[in-house]
Structure formats: structure tokens, C-alpha cells
Design a protein around this ligand. Structure first.
Ligand SMILES: [Zn+2]
Length: 320
């Protein structure tokens, strides 16, 4: 599993969590003064130089930059272009500071962050990985070269979510999580087909499909043939399924994705007499930075600031 992370996409964070913590969580007022405004790289009132991370269940205090390097190492291949690695480093640091600024969650009250990508972000111990032969030197350099840099919107650290690869466009937060966030809008994102599983397929037998639906959506009627199960879908501008009629019940595309382990909500269907196949484009929730999109932009000559402003429009780089 860990070796896979070296060559493919990393793990996509905040997939299910954002709509829970985003609108409802009370955050302390928090402002990151820009160096230009203050004449110095002023630090915010809180201490963002160290973080306590729950690693394998144990709270561990780490320098922020060491933590960021461990997240980037887990999220993106070391051989990606330098500017793409830098963009990922800033996004990962920003996401960590965003979570820090909102206080410790009930899930781990003794740590600021955890290493579960379903909840916070994946993390690899650079020292351990290096000792076992992994070359993470380019990841480390990208983190060092952007040390202390985060993205802000109206002076606040942003929820800099990211994903492996989108379809031709990224998704907006409004379409995926029902929350309109100004800097998480749909953006064009070419170059995704460089990812080997950009197009993917999952085939499910009729028996397995009915069993899964009976448990997840018990009021859906899927007793008929597979080509009668799904009806009209509502899609985002980027192509993702927002909702779809399943056996007479309206279900969310994200729920279908989770239930059948699909790479994304951007799916179409084919059926046989006793099976259904989901054909997907992209991997991940599709919101925010696309790692393969960043790779493509870097290969076209964009620097990390341009990549970040493309995927997080209206944001500004600031120094912690
Ligand atoms: Zn967590």
C-alpha cells in the first residue's frame, strides 16, 4: 500500500468531512497578516510552529514543517515537477493551519491533527521512509522552499482541499458538498489522462448490487433488471453526479461512489442482464487542487503561485 503512494496518487483528504465541519464549527477569529501589510513576516496570535499529530493512535508533537513534509510525501509522488510539489506543499500546509485554527476536534481532543486521511490527512514519517530506502528529497526541498507559506482568502487560511485528478473540470464545493465557497469553484483542469486510472470501471453483479442497495437505501426498489435501476441524474457543470434516481429514491452521487468504491462521482453506466458497470473519470472528490492538473500546469511552465491561484481563485499567498 505504501509503495503505491510513491507511484500513484496519494490519498484524498476531507472527502466526507468537509460538509460536517465547514458550516457548523465555531472558529476563533483568526487573521494571518501579510508580510506586505506589516513589513515583517508576523506570526498569528496562535502558535503554528508545532503541531500535535495523532500518529498510529499516539499524540506526537512535530514541527509544522516536518508534519507538512510528511503529508506531501504521502500525497504526491516525489518525481512530480518541482512547481507541482511546491503547490502541493502550500496546499497541505494551508489545510493544516486551517484545521489548527479551528481547534482540536472531538475525534482526537489530545491532538490537533491525525494521520487518518478520512479525517485529517495522510502522513508518512520522512525519516522512517528515507531509512527504508525511499527518496523523498524533492518533496523535502519543495516544503523547505515554501516554508511558512499559506493561502488566505480575506486574510483567513483557506480549506485548501485537493484531490488526485479531476475530469476536464474540477468540481465546485457547492456541487459536491452543498456549500458555496468562493475559492472552491469549478476550474478547467487539463492533463488528467496522464494518470493511469483516469478512466476506470467497476462491475457489480446484480446480486451484489441488490444486497448493497438493500442495506444502504432500503426503500429503493431494484427488483427489476439492471437497466431499470437508475433513472435521471442531476450533474454538475464538471460532470459529476450530484443526485440520481435509484429504484425510485433520490440518492447522492457521493453515496453511490462510496457504496461501490468508485474512483469519482463522474460516472456513466452500462448494464448486462445480470450486472452493472460504472465507468468513471478522475479520482477523488474533484474539488480544489488537482494533483495531476498541477503536474500538467507545471510542465507547461506555470509556477506554484500560478497553479494555486488557478485552483483556488481569489486567494493570496501569505507568510505565517
Ligand atoms: Zn483527524
Amino acid at each position: 500500500m505504501r509503495k503505491l503512494l510513491l507511484t500513484g496518487c496519494g490519498l484524498v483528504l476531507a472527502l466526507y468531512l468537509l460538509p460536517v465541519f465547514w458550516p457548523s464549527e465555531e472558529a476563533e477569529p483568526f487573521t494571518v497578516p501579510s508580510a506586505a501589510a506589516t513589513g515583517a513576516a508576523a506570526a498569528p496570535a496562535g502558535d503554528y510552529t508545532t503541531v500535535t499529530v495523532e500518529i498510529d493512535g499516539t499524540p506526537t508533537e512535530l514541527p509544522l514543517e516536518e508534519y507538512v513534509a510528511g503529508v506531501v510525501a504521502a500525497e504526491i509522488p516525489n518525481d512530480f515537477p518541482e512547481q507541482a510539489l511546491r503547490a502541493q506543499a502550500v496546499a497541505a500546509r494551508t489545510y493544516a493551519v486551517y484545521k489548527l485554527s479551528r481547534g482540536r476536534p472531538d475525534a482526537h481532543p489530545s491532538a490537533d491533527l491525525c494521520d487518518d486521511y478520512h479525517h485529517c490527512a495522510a502522513y508518512r514519517d520522512i525519516a522512517v521512509e528515507t531509512a527504508s530506502g525511499s527518496d523523498l528529497s524533492r518533496v523535502q526541498r519543495a516544503v523547505e522552499d515554501t516554508a511558512g507559506e499559506i493561502l488566505t482568502y480575506d486574510g483567513q487560511p483557506i480549506a485548501a482541499v485537493f484531490h488526485c485528478v479531476s475530469g476536464p473540470r474540477t468540481e465546485s464545493a457547492a456541487d459536491v458538498w452543498g456549500e458555496d465557497i468562493p475559492y472552491l469553484q469549478s476550474a478547467v483542469s487539463p492533463g488528467g489522462s496522464a494518470y493511469e486510472r483516469y478512466e476506470d470501471a467497476v462491475t457489480v453483479t446484480a446480486d451484489d448490487f441488490r444486497a448493497a442497495v438493500a442495506e444502504a437505501f432500503p426503500s429503493a426498489d431494484v427488483s427489476g433488471a439492471p437497466d431499470t435501476w437508475f433513472k435521471a441524474s442531476v450533474r454538475s457543470a464538471a460532470g459529476g453526479v450530484i443526485t440520481v434516481e435509484l429504484g425510485g429514491v433520490t440518492v447522492e452521487g457521493t453515496a453511490v461512489r462510496e457504496l461501490f468504491g468508485l474512483q469519482s462521482t463522474n460516472f456513466t453506466l452500462t448494464t448486462t442482464a445480470d450486472s452493472i458497470t460504472f465507468h468513471t473519470i478522475g479520482y477523488g472528490h474533484g474539488v480544489g487542487l488537482s494533483q495531476y492538473g498541477a503536474k500538467y500546469m507545471a510542465e507547461q511552465g506555470a509556477d506554484y503561485a500560478a497553479i494555486l491561484s488557478h485552483y483556488y481563485p481569489g486567494t493570496a499567498l501569505a507568510q505565517l
